[in-house]
Design a protein around this ligand. Structure first.
Ligand code: SF4
Length: 307
């Protein structure tokens, strides 16, 4: 589900729990209460992801979660938003999710929305009735890393979910009133599969019609399988200019009816953001002008790059 758009944030919960590994959250959750309900990711096998590689997956007990909520509520009793961490919190047992939402509703009288990372797998396992009930208990936005619409790219990257599963799951949860924030990973196909990555991602995202769509650029992380593949020449990264062209081509293909679009993460060489479809022409023009100006590195990651 996840990728480089995740922001490490250890501040809020540094002394709220005894867990010391880094906490990641989507940028949009910077003002939310971050509540850790599990350690790590139940999948933890995506080739590009180093977020929880050293963390043994463990769901917190109800008692631990009660303590965490009490501490968070004592610090921030007027909080309106809570983000459940770590990766794929929607994969928690259904009854535990209900307990957590009920506890949060009692602890935070002004609570408006609860959000978390999710995957095609964790969404698929919940029935319509369960999802409606979680939504009624203020579960609001699910963040899912599609990464690519290409099944071949997803397989190469070790994602558990297939694009088709994520598509069906997203359509279903949105029809039940939940909001989807979907992430696409620019450069996930490398040089070899760039065309297919863009083409298939456009198809899947257009069919999903997510409320929020983010594009990030693939950044190899030391200690991951992808890092080794890049180092040994088995995976050729897109150049900085190639990644911007991929963003342009992806955006050009989108036919979204009402989506907040962001490609302004620090991994993106040219930050662009807007509402689709209203801002599509403006965003494409910004990308065209920058590409025409020749300011991007054609042969490497770029001088300002995180790579
Ligand atoms: S699902 Fe994949 S990308 Fe998401 S946290 Fe787990 S290993 Fe990382």
């Amino acid at each position: 589900m996840l990728n480089t758009n995740r922001v490490a944030d250890t501040r809020q919960n540094a002394d709220m729990t005894r867990h010391v590994h880094r906490m990641f959250r989507p940028p949009a959750e910077k003002d939310s209460v971050l509540l850790r309900v599990a350690d790590g990711c139940p999948h933890n096998s995506c080739a590009f992801c180093g977020m929880y590689r050293e963390v043994r997956y463990r769901v917190h007990s109800l008692g631990e979660i009660q303590n965490s909520i009490a501490l968070a509520a004592a610090r921030n009793p007027h909080a309106r938003r809570v983000f459940l961490a770590d990766g794929d919190a929607l994969a928690l047992p259904e009854t535990l999710l209900h307990h957590i939402l009920a506890l949060l509703g009692r602890a935070f009288p002004r609570l408006a929305r609860v959000t978390c990372y999710a995957s095609g797998h964790s969404m698929s396992r919940l029935t319509d009735t369960a999802l409606r009930s979680l939504r009624a208990a203020r579960l609001h936005t699910l963040y899912m890393g599609l990464e690519s619409g290409s099944e071949a790219v997803l397989r190469y990257m070790g994602k558990r979910d297939r694009a088709a599963e994520m598509l069906v799951a997203c359509q279903r949860v949105q029809s039940l009133g939940l909001s989807m924030s979907v992430m696409v990973l620019l450069g996930a196909g490398g040089v070899a599969a760039s065309g297919e990555h863009v083409r298939e991602s456009v198809k899947v995202v257009n069919a999903m019609q997510p409320r929020i769509l983010s594009c990030l650029r693939l950044v190899p992380v030391p200690g991951t399988p992808l890092w080794d593949r890049v180092g040994s020449g088995r995976f050729e990264l897109l150049s900085e200019a190639g990644a911007v062209r991929e963003l342009r081509d992806f955006l050009a293909g989108l036919t979204l009816g009402a989506t907040v679009f962001r490609a302004d993460h620090s991994s993106n060489s040219l930050p662009v953001a807007g509402r689709l479809p209203a801002d599509k022409a403006r965003l494409l023009e910004e990308l065209r002008e920058a590409l025409d100006a020749g300011i991007f590195d054609e042969h490497g990651p770029g001088s300002q790059s995180m790579l």
